[in-house]
Design a protein around this ligand. Structure first.
Ligand code: PLP
Length: 481
């Protein structure tokens, strides 16, 4: 059906057509969500390369009916993915995808107002500013803090490094050194290079037995660089690492950074939102002292992918990096938050509406309850998994992620243990109820479970424990006892 057959130059649809198309899409999307419970936790990747090759196509000259496009999308392509939205997704760091956020995107995309500069849609930009202030308050940052929505944590790191570099190094960037731990997310090193800090200026600080950055090693590395004439300027600690969920000693790192005049960034892409829950704040002690903080609303705030965020304690430093003027733009104003003054984008989507509509609809109390529940479920699951014969718990949950490996008298080499642990993760996932992934951490391959999908409830966590127990027993039996 060509909706504009009567007028080939028009891309407009009638209200009736728009309504029908909208209903069709909502029906499909809701049916998809309603079936997630029954869908396998991981997609079917059989012959996926052949499928992708077959999908290559030229731009269509003529239009096609909507239904004919939605059929393969929902029936063939969407299912052949990691089961990220499903309740049994405990792999990597789970994402979100709360429904109201999709409705907010629909409104943002149909209204299509310009939120890059304050003057173009002042009230809408104010809604986004409100949500950034909510993030600030939940993280107990001061009034001076300003934030920025980014596509994800990676670009939040990039903006943080660029702001710190500008503030601390000025034009002399080659001498600047930056510190991460061996457990830090790889996107920081990548962001550093994008921000002009080459790999040979990034130091990997060793961790302790609980995978937390060693502040004594950090201190020594900073001293060594200073002695070599370099200019240490920035330290990244992590509030919940991707490998094991470790929370670095944030207070001690903050103390060191204060003494040494270093910019302290906390990577809270996975863990920061647990700070919304007052009872859990002690787990993240020191987080509010950071000079800047990465948050990923598409993880801990259960937003759809594409929602990252950065907070900078002294918002003027973020503004100093990004603020600019042009003859074709209105003059900058300083009373109201203005996205283009605090971030690299000019034309952009309207990420603040996702957060605003969802939080207004659900209320913050439900978020706190959901986050507290995810942590409680992880603590419960870790206790159960630790009881499984052959399991050695390497990292009990500091937040909602734990890591472990398999051992037995017959699995007596590191290689055998690594292979068994790797097989355990694959076989648990192959059962179809839950999806889990492991990680190579130094010499060891660790199995891991991360509870952060808002759809994961007690039933799926129990299924996860059961399937780990069953496959661990099978693997140990195959290894010969
Ligand atoms: C997810 C994650 C990142 C990367 O964030 P993206 O949103 O994927 O770009 C960085 N650090 C940690 C700890 C993470 O969990």
């Amino acid at each position: 059906m060509n909706h504009a057959a009567h007028d080939p130059a028009s891309l407009e649809l009638s209200p009736e057509q728009m309504r029908t198309m909208g209903q069709t899409v909502v029906e499909r999307a809701v049916a998809h969500l309603a079936a997630l419970d029954r869908a396998p936790s991981n997609g079917d990747f059989t012959d996926i390369e052949a499928l992708c090759r077959a999908l290559r196509e030229d731009a269509p000259e003529d239009g096609a009916p909507l239904e004919s496009l939605l059929d393969p999308l929902f029936e063939e392509w969407i299912p052949r993915s990691f089961g990220t939205p499903g309740p049994g997704y405990f792999a990597y760091i789970p994402g979100g995808g709360v429904y109201p956020a999709a409705l907010a995107d629909f409104i943002a995309d149909t209204a299509n107002r310009y939120t890059g500069i304050w003057q173009a849609a002042p009230a809408l930009v104010q809604l986004e500013a409100n949500t950034l202030d909510w993030l600030r308050d939940w993280m107990q940052f001061p009034e001076t803090a300003r934030g920025l929505y980014t596509p994800g944590g990676s670009m939040a790191m990039f903006n943080a490094i660029a702001a710190a570099r500008e503030d601390r190094l000025g034009h002399n960037i080659r001498a600047g050194t930056l510190y991460v731990s061996t457990q830090s997310h790889h996107c920081i090193t990548k962001a550093a290079r994008l921000a002009g800090v080459a790999h040979d200026r990034v130091r990997q600080v060793a961790v302790d037995g609980r995978f937390r950055m060693r502040v004594d090693v950090l201190k020594a590395a900073v001293a060594e660089d200073r002695a070599a004439g370099l200019r240490p300027f920035m330290v990244f600690s992590t509030a919940g690492t991707t490998n094991t969920g470790a929370v670095d000693p944030l207070e001690a790192v903050a103390d060191l950074c204060a003494r040494e005049g270093l910019w302290h960034h906390v990577d809270g892409a996975y863990g920061a939102f647990f700070h919304m829950v007052p009872e859990l704040r002690p787990l993240l002690a020191g987080l509010p002292r950071a000079d800047s903080l990465t948050l990923d609303p598409h993880k801990g705030l259960f937003m759809p992918y594409g929602t990252g965020a950065l907070l900078v304690r002294d918002g003027e430093k973020l503004r100093a990096l990004h603020s600019s003027e042009a003859g074709y733009l209105p003059d900058n104003q300083s009373e109201f938050y203005d996205p283009a003054q605090y971030g690299p984008d000019l034309s952009r989507g309207f990420p603040g509406l996702r957060v605003w509509l969802t939080l207004k609809l659900f209320g913050t109390a439900r978020y706190r309850a959901a986050l507290a529940e995810k942590r409680a479920l992880a603590v419960w699951a870790a206790n159960e998994v630790a009881k499984i014969p052959g399991v050695v718990m390497d990292a009990a949950p500091q937040l909602s992620l734990f890591a472990f490996h398999l051992e037995s008298p017959r699995l007596d080499t590191l290689e055998a243990q690594n292979a068994a642990t790797r097989a355990l993760m694959a076989r648990v996932t192959a059962r179809g109820r839950v999806m889990v992934t492991g990680a190579q951490v130094g010499e060891r391959y660790l199995g891991r479970v991360c509870v952060l999908s808002f759809r994961s409830r007690r039933a799926q966590v129990e299924a996860c424990v059961e399937d780990i127990a069953a496959e661990a027993a099978a693997l140990l039996a195959e290894a010969g006892g």
